[in-house]
Structures are given as structure tokens and as C-alpha cells.
Write a new protein. Structure first.
Length: 221
């Protein structure tokens, strides 16, 4: 099962879709509504481009040779005189090496991703905040909650429900959209001693004034 708003769960499909969209953007120019007519051109460009993960183009791994494009027909150097048996041997070798190359690329990407990834695990009953994908306003809080963990679903998903009475919405979400919820304690209010200090100061001034009553006025000296 693929959780919603988690395209990385279908990484291969999403990556392929991203490449197609990126290629179409480069060739549709000012006619994006005609993208479907240019889709074959985009697929040809993708399938004849060498991939970083394998060092070969998808077309080569399927057919065993690189295609001659229309603008290359008049170039004699593109003609491959290698015997077909040798071409098949090279193709089998390339196909055998391709899975290992793809696996190494995936491991490299995973290591780079894990450098900036913070992993959370939750237990039943834990309070969490949810990265709500549909914000009411641009300035609305990104995380909403608290929600409570109902149960884990697989290794990276959890079923959550709202803690609001009468709004028991159940959702299955990916762990990357959750973060722990910490209840804020009300700050302690310090007692205001200013009135007491004012009273003490007033009493001191009154006592001092009483002491000065017996002292003659300087103007009378």
C-alpha cells in the first residue's frame, strides 16, 4: 500500500514521470497544450540518452545497439560493422552489469538522503502533529494536531486519529509527515511584590520625615 502524499514510496515511477515532465517542458515551447503530440519525441530522447546509473541508454539495453537518428543517416561513421554475435555478447555483459550499477547508485543516493534525515518511531497512544498537505491559507500552521497514534501500519506508516471530540478522523500517513507533540506547560506567574515594596518605601519615608521634625529649618539659622 502506498500512503498518500509520499511519492518516494513509488520512487522509480515518480522519477520516470519527473524526467518525462522535465523533457516535455524543454520541447513544448509556447504550446504546452500540445504536449501529447510531442510525447513520442520526448520518449525517444529519454530512451536514447545514456543513464548515469548504467552508463548505457535504455534503447541499447533493450536492442543491443544505439539507434541512428534521422539527422545521422548521412554520417557514415555511425555504421557499426561489428559482427552481430559480438554485439550480442556485449549486450549480455551490459545487461549483467546494469543491475549492480543501479544498486550502487541507489545505495549512494540513500547515504546522501540519510545524512539529512531525522527518523522518528512512535508507539500506540503517542501524541503527534501531522504535516497537513492541504493548508487553509499560506500563513496557516504547517503542522496540525495533536493526533493520537492508533497503530503502526507496516514499517514506515501509522494510523492516526484526531483528539478533537466528535471528529474521529482516521488516516494512514507516512512517518515523514509526523513529529512528536509536546504539551506546553502554563508558565508560572510570579507574584507581584511591587505593591509591598511600595508600602515599605512609604513607611521608611514617613519615619524619616518624623525624625526631621525636631531639626531647625536652615532658613531660621
Amino acid at each position: 500500500m502506498t500512503p498518500p502524499y509520499s511519492p518516494q514510496a513509488n520512487s522509480i515511477v515518480e522519477r520516470a514521470n519527473g524526467i518525462i515532465v522535465s523533457t516535455l517542458k524543454k520541447i513544448v515551447d509556447k504550446n504546452p497544450e500540445k504536449w501529447d503530440l510531442l510525447l513520442p519525441n520526448a520518449l525517444l530522447a529519454i530512451n536514447t540518452t545514456k543513464q548515469n546509473s548504467t552508463g548505457k541508454s535504455p534503447f541499447y539495453l533493450l536492442h543491443g545497439y544505439e539507434p541512428r537518428l534521422p539527422h545521422e543517416f548521412h554520417i557514415a561513421s555511425f555504421i557499426n560493422d561489428m559482427p552481430r554475435e559480438d554485439q550480442l555478447d556485449l549486450l549480455m555483459l551490459a545487461r549483467a552489469e546494469a543491475p549492480n550499477s543501479v544498486h550502487e547508485t541507489h545505495l549512494s543516493n540513500k547515504r546522501r538522503f540519510d545524512l539529512h534525515r531525522r527518523s522518528h518511531s512512535f508507539q500506540k497512544g503517542d501524541l503527534v502533529q501531522y504535516d497537513w498537505p492541504k493548508q487553509d491559507h499560506k500563513l496557516s500552521p504547517i503542522f496540525k494536531g495533536p493526533f493520537v497514534i492508533v497503530r503502526p501500519v507496516g514499517a514506515v506508516c501509522y494510523e492516526i486519529k484526531s483528539t478533537t471530540p466528535g471528529n474521529k478522523v482516521l488516516k494512514v500517513v507516512h512517518v515523514q509527515h509526523l513529529r512528536p507533540y509536546f504539551k506546553r506547560d502554563s508558565p508560572a506567574i510570579e507574584e507581584d511584590d511591587s505593591s509591598e515594596e511600595e508600602s515599605e518605601s512609604t513607611e521608611e519615608m514617613k519615619d524619616h520625615a518624623d525624625d526631621l521634625q525636631g531639626v531647625p529649618n536652615l532658613t531660621e539659622l
